[in-house]
Design a protein around this ligand. Structure first.
Ligand code: GLC
Length: 600
C-alpha cells in the first residue's frame, strides 16, 4: 500500500498530483495495487453488462445547482471572475457570509418533471445533478449536516426526491455528483490553496468520516435506484481516504463511478472536461461541457455556444466512442435559463430525426473525414454506417475515401425513401447528393454494409520533398489501464495538442506510410516545463532522446529531438517516456525532414 506522507502534503498541488500519480503507477506494477476499486475483480463480461445502458445512452444532462445560483456571479456588487459555482472560493467569501445566501435560495418555480422532460425531449438518457458541490451545500435532506436545502433555506424541501421520482417515471437514469474532497464550508473539507476562514479549519479525515461518507450513504439509501456516482476534484485524497467509501457502492448494485475519487484511478469512465478528445479512445469516456462558460448559474454569462455547435459536439463525441454530458445551471428560483432550454430544444429537434445515428453506436472506423464524422452499428455480418455531413460538398459528390466494403444501400436517415446514388471509385465510394443539405447542421446518410466492414486507414504520408508532418489528428493515444490522463486538447481552430501526460506509461504513436525511405531529422513542437526523457522508436530502431525545457510563457517551440531511419512501407513512430526521466510535456506536432544524402 502506498501512502502519501505528511511532507508531500506540504508540496505544491501539481507536484503532489504528479507524485501521487507516480506513486499509484509504481503501485500498479507491484503485486499489491495502491487502491482497490469496487469493480477491480469484475470480468469483462460483467463489466460490459454493467456499462451497457450507459454505452447505449451516449447523451446525458449535467445539472449544477446550489447556493451559488443566488449570487449568480456577483458578490457585494462585484463581478467575481471564473466559473459561477466557485464564487465562494474566488471571492474568498467567509463561511458565515456565504451561508447567508441560503436565505434567498427559494426555488418556488422548481418543476422536476419539467426538467426530466426537457432532458428526455433533448434525447438525453440520463441526468447527473450536483447533490453537493464544493460549497458543501446539500440539495437533499441530510442528518449529517444542517447545511442542506431542507434546514438552511426558506424552500425547506428536498429537491432530489421529486427529481428521482420524475426520472423514474419517465425512464431517465439518475446520477449524483458529489464533491467528496473539496468542501469549503465543513471544517476539514478544504485544504487546497489554503483556507480563507478559520471556520474551515479541521481534519480532512474527520470531515470525510462525519460528513462525506454519511452523506453518500444517504444518497445511496433514500432516492431509489442511483445509476452514477460522479466524484470530483480528488485533492488530498489518499488510498486510505478513498477506502472510507468502500462498500457503499453495494447499496446501489451496478452503479457506475467516474474517475475522480482518487488521482490515478480510472473508475468506470474518464471525464475529459470542457474539451473533446480528438481521436477515439479504447476506454469508456464522457466529455462534460457547459453551454456557456460556467457550470453554476452566472447571470451575465452570455457566451453561449450555438445549437449547431452543440449538436456537432454530440456527434463528434459519439464518433469517437464517448458520451456527452451537457450542462445546465438552473437559477435560484428553480428555472433553467431560457437560452439553455432553447438550445436543448434544438438538439431535441435534431435527435428526433437522427437519434438512431447516436444511440448504441460505436466509434467511426475512419481516421478522419474532411466533411464531417461517422458513427456505426455493427451486427453479425453487417454494419450500418452513419455518415454525418457537416460540410455539404459544393460539387454534390461526397467522397468516402477508404471505404472498401460492399454497400448494399444508401439513404437519408431523415427520409429512408430517398435513396442516395452511390458508386465505387479507386479510393473508396462516392455518393451523389442533392444540391441542398437536408439539414445544414448535420445531414445523416445511412450506408448498409454487407459482410465485413473494410476501411483503409488513410495514413499520414510524405510530401514531395519527403517531409512527413505528424499532427495530433492522427495520433494514437495509449493510456495504461491504471492511471494515465494523456489526451488531446482541441482549442477553437488551433491545431490540437497532447496534454495531461503525467504518467510515464502513457504513450503516443503514429502509423505512417513511407514512400521515400531514408534518414530524417525529427523536430517536435512542444512545451516542456522541465527536461523530459523518452525513447523515440521508429520501425525497428529506438533511441533515447531528451526534450529540453522550454520557455513556457512563449508557448509552443520547435526543437530538433533526434535522427531516425525509415524503411519503405507502413511503419510506426512511437514516443515512449522513460520512467525515471519523465516530466509532463505538451506536444503539438512532429516533423520528419529528410537528411540530404552526402554529395560525393
Ligand atoms: C471541476 C470543477 C467543478 C465542475 C466540474 C465539472 O472539477 O471544480 O466546478 O463541477 O469540474 O466537470
Amino acid at each position: 500500500m502506498h501512502t502519501i506522507t505528511r511532507p508531500f502534503l506540504a508540496c505544491g498541488q501539481q507536484l503532489l498530483t504528479l507524485l501521487f500519480v507516480l506513486a499509484c503507477s509504481a503501485g500498479a506494477l507491484a503485486a499489491e495495487p495502491a487502491f482497490k476499486g469496487p469493480y477491480d475483480d469484475e470480468t469483462t463480461q460483467q463489466r460490459d453488462a454493467r456499462m451497457a445502458w450507459w454505452r447505449e445512452a451516449r447523451f446525458g444532462l449535467f445539472i449544477h445547482w446550489g447556493i451559488y445560483a443566488v449570487p449568480a456571479g456577483t458578490h457585494q456588487g462585484k463581478q467575481i471572475e471564473n466559473i459561477g459555482e466557485w464564487i465562494m472560493h474566488y471571492g474568498r467569501i467567509p463561511v458565515a457570509e456565504y451561508q447567508q445566501y441560503a436565505e434567498q435560495f427559494n426555488p418556488v418555480n422548481y418543476d422536476p418533471e419539467a426538467w426530466v422532460l426537457m432532458a428526455k425531449n433533448a434525447g438525453m438518457k440520463y441526468i447527473v445533478i450536483t447533490a453537493k458541490h464544493h460549497d458543501g451545500f446539500a440539495l437533499f435532506d441530510s442528518a449529517a449536516s444542517d447545511w442542506n436545502i431542507v434546514k438552511a433555506t426558506p424552500y425547506g424541501k428536498d429537491v432530489l426526491k421529486p427529481l428521482a421520482e420524475a426520472a423514474q417515471k419517465h425512464g431517465i437514469k439518475l446520477g449524483f455528483y458529489y464533491s467528496q474532497a473539496q468542501d469549503w464550508i465543513h471544517p476539514g473539507g478544504s485544504t487546497w490553496e489554503g483556507r480563507w476562514d478559520p471556520a474551515q479549519e479541521g481534519s480532512m479525515d474527520d470531515y470525510l468520516r462525519d460528513i462525506a461518507v454519511p452523506q453518500v450513504r444517504e444518497l445511496f439509501t433514500n432516492y431509489g435506484e442511483i445509476s452514477i456516482l460522479w466524484w470530483d476534484t480528488p485533492i488530498d485524497m489518499t488510498p486510505e481516504r478513498a477506502a472510507l467509501f468502500d462498500g457503499l457502492v453495494d447499496l446501489q448494485p451496478g452503479i457506475i463511478v467516474n474517475n475522480r475519487l482518487l488521482y490515478g484511478v480510472d473508475g468506470d469512465l474518464r471525464t475529459p472536461e470542457q474539451h473533446i478528445p480528438a481521436t477515439g479512445l479504447d476506454y469508456d469516456w464522457e466529455a462534460c461541457q457547459t453551454m456557456n462558460t460556467t457550470w453554476g448559474y452566472k447571470s451575465y454569462d452570455d457566451d453561449w455556444k450555438s445549437s449547431t455547435q452543440l449538436i456537432r459536439n454530440l456527434v463528434d463525441v459519439a464518433s469517437k466512442g464517448g458520451n456527452y454530458l451537457l450542462n445546465v445551471g438552473p437559477m435560484a428560483n428553480g428555472e433553467i435559463p431560457p437560452a439553455s432550454i432553447e438550445r436543448l430544444e434544438a438538439v431535441g429537434d435534431w435527435m428526433r430525426v437522427n437519434a438512431a445515428s447516436i444511440y448504441g453506436t460505436s466509434a467511426s472506423p475512419f481516421v478522419r473525414l474532411p466533411w464531417g464524422r461517422a458513427t456505426k452499428k455493427a451486427y453479425d455480418n453487417a454494419t450500418e454506417l452513419y455518415l454525418h455531413v457537416f460540410d455539404w460538398p459544393a460539387d454534390g459528390l461526397l467522397r468516402v475515401v477508404g471505404l472498401r466494403s460492399e454497400v448494399s444501400g444508401a439513404y437519408f436517415l431523415a427520409d429512408f425513401q430517398q435513396q442516395v446514388p452511390i458508386r465505387k471509385s479507386s479510393t473508396g465510394v462516392i455518393l451523389e447528393l442533392p444540391e441542398q443539405a437536408l439539414d445544414p447542421v448535420d445531414t445523416v446518410i445511412v450506408l448498409k454494409i454487407k459482410g465485413e466492414l473494410t476501411v483503409d486507414r488513410i495514413l499520414p504520408k510524405q510530401d514531395e520533398q519527403g517531409v512527413l508532418q505528424l499532427t495530433m489528428n492522427d495520433v494514437n493515444i495509449h493510456n495504461p489501464g491504471y492511471g494515465g490522463t494523456l489526451e488531446l486538447i482541441q482549442e477553437d481552430d488551433a491545431a490540437p495538442y497532447l496534454d495531461g501526460w503525467t504518467d510515464y506509461r502513457s504513450r503516443a504513436d503514429w502509423r505512417v506510410r513511407i514512400d521515400q525511405p531514408g534518414t530524417f531529422d525529427v523536430y517536435a513542437e512542444l512545451v516542456a516545463e522541465d527536461a523530459a526523457g523518452l525513447l523515440l522508436i521508429a520501425g525497428d530502431g529506438e533511441q533515447p532522446i531528451t526534450l529540453q525545457a522550454s520557455d513556457e510563457s512563449a508557448g509552443f517551440e520547435t526543437q530538433r529531438i533526434g535522427r531516425i531511419s525509415l524503411a519503405p512501407g507502413e511503419t510506426e513512430i512511437k514516443l515512449h517516456p522513460q520512467e525515471s526521466l519523465w516530466n509532463p510535456i505538451k506536444l503539438r506536432s512532429l516533423r520528419l525532414e529528410p537528411v540530404a544524402a552526402p554529395s560525393d
